[in-house]
Design a protein around this ligand. Structure first.
Ligand SMILES: *Cc1c(COP(=O)(O)O)cnc(C)c1O
Length: 376
């Protein structure tokens, strides 16, 4: 938690649950990533947190943007981003959304199938396109499975086809999964892309960009490698496989830019036990799965908690949200422990919750308001 966030929580005591996010930390994270990967161009993955103060700060820093929908494209434009700095990175787009983005000046689009390529040829003629390939997601705490990307052999055929259709077959992308804790995931993916580059050049395709996607992790309960370790591994792999003929390098960080800039402030609604001798207490908060903590699904992302009683004796807990749905249980198997003194009415903080929280909040399930947001 940054000092600015701590001061705001202490002095203003905002109603809970809410996200409080320090936009200066967003800037710091952007600069740290630029320093770790100076040859890469940063396309902020807007979906991680599309709040205007964040987009505006990033526009000021010269960032580019990875948008997943026409609505996100539009949010970037409203924040002052030039259309040339926006990549429409979702491989699954409605054709009218492609048309709207193209009309607004967006000229870079992702695809991973022939049907999507045909849409782009019709509705974004001449645009730069890049094909997303399937890569391993081992090491990712929030993997992306097989939903996006295609096999390398298909990518080759589609890139050749893109040129025939009058599009510019600009690059190849991948995503190693979000909250990726292993630098080796990038190294393996880069090796795969490099072989595809060779094949494409032999086929006469003028491919010139590698998009390394997102995945750069933030610290939750466990330590993760430093961003400089990712930078060194990535540039080492790029040099090894591309030598002096380095292509343009694009990265699409989301979580790393905003995650540790924000804190969710929540209230303990109830602490109870299921039996008199049950050692495990249930701690119910006023935020849960439907209040924005979607990434606790499968206990994948394990947030760190702060309470007013930290340092005192602790015991095991199951942590749950406030709604009348049993899937609204956050952590049952991840060995969470919280202070024995914790009680109804205490305020607790969930650290590093600036990414993938506000936009996952449901609308009024059980009547609860979506998460309030404060940007400092
Ligand atoms: C979600 C997403 C990102 C951002 O991923 P992080 O793990 O938050 O860095 C980047 N690129 C694409 C295509 C995405 O879908």
């Amino acid at each position: 938690m940054t000092p600015k966030v701590a001061r705001f929580l202490r002095d203003s005591m905002p109603a809970t649950p809410c996200l409080v996010l320090d936009v200066d930390r967003v800037e710091e994270n952007y600069r740290r990533l630029t320093a770790a990967l100076p040859l890469a161009r940063i396309y902020y993955a807007v979906k991680a947190n599309p709040a205007a103060p964040i987009l505006e700060r990033l526009v000021g820093l010269g960032s580019s943007f990875d948008a997943a929908s026409w609505e996100e494209v539009s949010a970037c434009l409203q924040a002052g981003a030039r259309p040339e700095t926006i990549s429409y990175g979702n491989t699954i787009k409605k054709e009218n959304a492609i048309r709207a983005a193209y009309a607004a000046g967006v000229r870079m689009f992702a695809f991973d199938s022939e049907a999507e390529l045909m849409k782009l040829a019709r509705s974004a003629p001449g645009a730069r396109v890049y094909c997303r390939i399937l890569v391993g997601n081992d090491g990712a705490e929030w993997p992306l499975s097989r939903k996006f990307g295609c096999e390398v052999a298909m990518a080759k055929d589609l890139m050749v086809r893109a040129g025939e259709l009058g599009l510019d077959p600009f690059g190849i992308s991948f995503h190693v999964g979000s909250q990726q804790t292993k630098t080796a995931a990038y190294e393996a993916a880069i090796a795969k892309v490099a072989m595809l580059f060779t094949d494409l050049k032999e086929a006469g395709v003028n491919v010139r960009m590698v998009n390394l996607g997102g995945g750069y992790p933030v610290r939750y309960r466990q330590e993760v490698p430093e961003i400089d370790d990712f930078g060194a591994a990535i540039m080492g792999a790029m040099a090894e496989h591309f030598g002096n003929a380095l292509p343009e390098i694009v990265i699409e960080p989301g979580r790393f830019i905003v995650g540790d800039a924000g804190v969710v402030s929540a209230e303990v609604v109830l602490v109870s036990r299921k039996g008199a001798d049950d050692p495990v207490r249930w701690v119910y908060l006023d935020i849960g799965r439907f209040g924005g903590l979607a990434e606790t699904e499968g206990e994948a992302i394990k947030y760190a908690f702060r309470t007013p009683h930290d340092g005192g004796a602790e015991g095991p807990v199951t942590i749950a949200g406030p709604t009348c749905d049993s899937t609204d249980t956050l952590y049952e198997k991840s060995n969470y422990r919280l202070p024995l003194a914790l009680e109804s009415g205490d305020r607790v903080e969930l650290l590093a919750t600036g990414a993938y929280v506000t936009t996952y909040a449901s609308q009024r399930f059980n009547g609860f308001q979506p998460l309030a947001e404060h940007y400092l």
